[in-house]
Write a protein that binds this ligand. Structure first.
Ligand SMILES: C[S@@+](CC[C@H](N)C(=O)[O-])C[C@H]1O[C@@H](n2cnc3c(N)ncnc32)[C@H](O)[C@@H]1O
Ligand code: SF4
Ligand code: SF4
Ligand code: SF4
Length: 409
């Protein structure tokens, strides 16, 4: 029997949602999302109506087959909506919970946080993801408003408010051409200055588009296109990961959680990684726009990846559709021979399909632009991953790797 990519009802149905479309108080140079306003030019307000909010919450909860439900609020800038919107969402979640446990996480640039927002997040146990790209100089290079004014100081003020109110938060940082050459300054900032114990690093890889619909960044279907200037190079990415790993594996395992290292270990032991880019298949997390349009993935909000609209189709129909199944399977089925033969395919899975636009050593298309960087990283961490795997399988702590390193130094 063919290995199923999506087994209906075997795992939670997951759709992140956009209370606000491509509306933001910042205008980060590399943002893949802001230009999506072009897809909805004919619509005057890019915000979710109360009617849709209720429809989504009810249907989303009722579509779940598991007792836990996770809501992810994403944007645009999520805090461009008033607090009353999210208070309403909490009331509706309670109304339709039907005995289920409901969790909420929200992604924000952090600049609009106030005491009032933080009290709300604390009271409702939100996990708040803050976008911050490292120390001030790195962060302010690309994360500016439309007038070119930097945002670091405001983000730091927001983080301090979250801490003051005891809100659970984590950091989401992108790695680009500018900050990638300073991995230790970058990592130590999160660890020593922010005392942030959960960190996500995402590489920026974008190509400039030749699309007729006016979008600046391209989708997978475009075969060529210049790499955008803020893109991290494969060499930078490999060096960045290896350098941070060396610091982390000696001192910080079990205390600071870096998503890409945890996901690598998960793949090493054959478990599901926490980040989609390192999973074998895509298609698990769709996204619903402010007007009810549902797309296969937040990085594929292009007309050709639209699954439908919640007013015309149910979430279950869209999430278990042939289109979404094909989208999910494409990640593995389209791997070039070089990946299939690669000794680290089990850990890498060819990373995100959106980044697969270079040719292999044999000239086959579909290789990941960051391949060299990933290969270097996996090759570098393999002995440590082998050790941590052994510990995990023996039901011991992977953090023992730190003693092992000291003993062998
Ligand atoms: C689009 S924003 C929306 C939420 C909110 N405005 C924020 O900045 O956190 C979500 C995340 O995507 C990241 N991001 C933006 N452009 C990206 C790109 N081209 N590639 C990868 N991540 C990107 C941002 O840094 C941010 O952490
Ligand atoms: S704050 Fe978020 S949505 Fe706004 S421009 Fe930056 S990355 Fe994009
Ligand atoms: S296309 Fe990329 S971002 Fe979307 S689910 Fe797949 S790996 Fe994740
Ligand atoms: S390291 Fe390169 S060759 Fe190996 S699976 Fe990843 S992208 Fe493919």
């Amino acid at each position: 029997m063919k290995e199923a990519t999506i087994t209906p009802f075997a795992k939670p149905l997951y759709v992140m949602t956009k209370p606000v479309g491509a509306v933001c108080n910042l205008a980060c140079d590399y943002c893949y999302y802001l230009e999506k306003a072009k897809l909805y030019e004919e619509q005057p307000r890019h915000v979710m109506s109360d009617e849709l909010l209720e429809k989504f919450i009810k249907e989303y909860i009722e579509s779940q087959t598991m007792p836990q439900v996770l809501f992810t609020w994403h944007g645009g800038e999520t805090l461009m909506r008033p607090l009353s919107f999210y208070k309403k969402a909490m009331e509706l979640q309670k109304k339709y919970a039907g005995g289920r446990t409901i969790d909420n996480c929200i992604q924000t640039n952090g600049t609009l946080l106030t005491d009032e927002w933080c009290e709300f997040f604390r009271e409702n146990n939100f996990l708040v993801g803050i976008s911050i790209d490292g120390p001030q100089e790195f962060h302010d290079e690309y994360r500016k408003n439309k007038m070119g004014q930097p945002s670091f100081v405001k983000v730091m003020r927001g983080i301090n408010l979250l801490k003051k109110h005891g809100v659970e938060w984590n950091a989401m940082a992108v790695v680009n051409d500018y900050n990638a050459d300073y991995p230790l300054d970058f990592y130590r900032f999160f660890r020593d200055e922010l005392d942030c114990h959960y960190i996500q690093f995402t590489p920026i890889v974008e190509r400039l588009s030749k699309r007729a619909d006016g979008l600046k960044l391209s989708s997978l279907k475009q075969k060529d296109g210049e790499v955008a200037p803020f893109t991290v190079s494969p060499e930078q990415w490999g060096n960045f990961l290896c350098t941070i790993f060396d610091e982390w594996v000696k001192k910080d395992v079990g205390n600071y959680f870096i998503q890409i290292f945890d996901s690598t270990l998960a793949n090493w032991v054959g478990q599901q990684p926490g980040v989609c880019s390192m999973a074998k298949y895509c298609g698990h997390a769709a996204v619903m726009e402010f007007n009810g349009d549902v797309y296969s993935c937040d990085h594929f909000v292009f007309p050709e990846y639209k699954l439908g609209n919640i007013y015309q189709k149910t979430l279950v129909e869209m999430m278990y559709s042939k289109e979404q199944e094909a989208f999910g399977a494409m990640k593995h089925n389209s791997l070039p021979r070089q990946c299939l033969d690669c000794q680290y395919e089990f850990a890498c899975h060819g990373e995100c399909p959106k980044n697969r636009f270079v040719v292999t050593e044999d000239g086959e298309p579909g290789l990941n632009y960051l391949c060299k960087g990933y290969y270097k990283f996996f090759d570098h961490v393999a002995p440590y991953m082998d050790f941590m795997k052994k510990e995990l399988l023996a039901e011991r702590a992977p953090a023992n790797v730190m003693d092992w390193i000291r003993e062998n130094e």
